[in-house]
Write a protein that binds this ligand. Sequence first.
Ligand SMILES: C[S@@+](CC[C@H](N)C(=O)[O-])C[C@H]1O[C@@H](n2cnc3c(N)ncnc32)[C@H](O)[C@@H]1O
Length: 291
Amino acid sequence: MSHTVYASLSAENNCSILGIICNMSKVDEVNLDEQKFRIISRLNELWWNENGDLVTLHSSSKLLARYIRDEIVRGGIARADSMHTDTPLSDVSVLEVGCGGGILTEQLARMGCTITGIDVIVDLIEVGKQRASSDPFLLSKVIYKKESVEEHAVHNAEKYDVVVSHFCLEQSDDHNSFINFCSKCLKPGGIIFTSTVSKTFWSWLGIVYLFEKFLKCIPVGMHDWDRCITAGDFRQILKRNDCTTIGTRGFYYNYFTKNSFWIPGLCLFYITHAKKNIHEEQHEDDHNCKN
Ligand SMILES: C[S@@+](CC[C@H](N)C(=O)[O-])C[C@H]1O[C@@H](n2cnc3c(N)ncnc32)[C@H](O)[C@@H]1O
């Protein structure tokens, strides 16, 4: 969520998660460590309340983490001998762009991968770091950095087996550039997973109107519908950035059971995964290295 979104939301509910983040800029200015510590603790409680403001993030992360794991294994990126262990993603390196306080990051880390979580909001990175610091397993698997993907790509070209972004694309003004920087961080042959909100009448009705305005189970303004994109248009962006789409699945959230579930269409939420193309000269280089 951009600072703009947080700012507009805080006006409606000053006690909300978004209001707290908005107030952080003031805390930064006066550098009151104690106050900042209290705010991060409060933010931690709000970010990690599975039934609170971010219920849809929590429930969708559970569904998508399993999907991401299965597709990484199916794509041959995970080691074959790890597949039937508790940590099937051992030796897989993952970048999560827009990791927030680490909801999806932690789930993927527990599957065994080493994961770098980056986010532009420093206080959310602190939330993730604090939680990881009390868990030795997480500490050995997760690195959190306050960085945009644009900054990260400068020093981390072709570094990761997998790049993931979960509800981050729809916050970008320029989808092509966002995917371009994500793809730069990916090794040739690596997989990029992107979950987002489709730009259809049904997503406006079922997400913006129903969830945000009527049921109020998502903070108002969290999804900027104008910045959303349909799955078809998104596939073209992936293609322009040298990535070939492997699959796309639609999902939605059940307000009563608080669970996310797969749906047949792609008109609400969806996740797409695509493979970064390997070019002939890369094949040849690999071949020459081996001989
Ligand atoms: C909805 S939150 C994602 C939450 C996270 N995936 C989780 O599971 O907890 C989207 C996040 O993307 C971050 N973000 C947006 N644009 C970004 C960019 N260009 N680079 C890095 N982070 C970005 C925002 O600061 C926000 O925290």
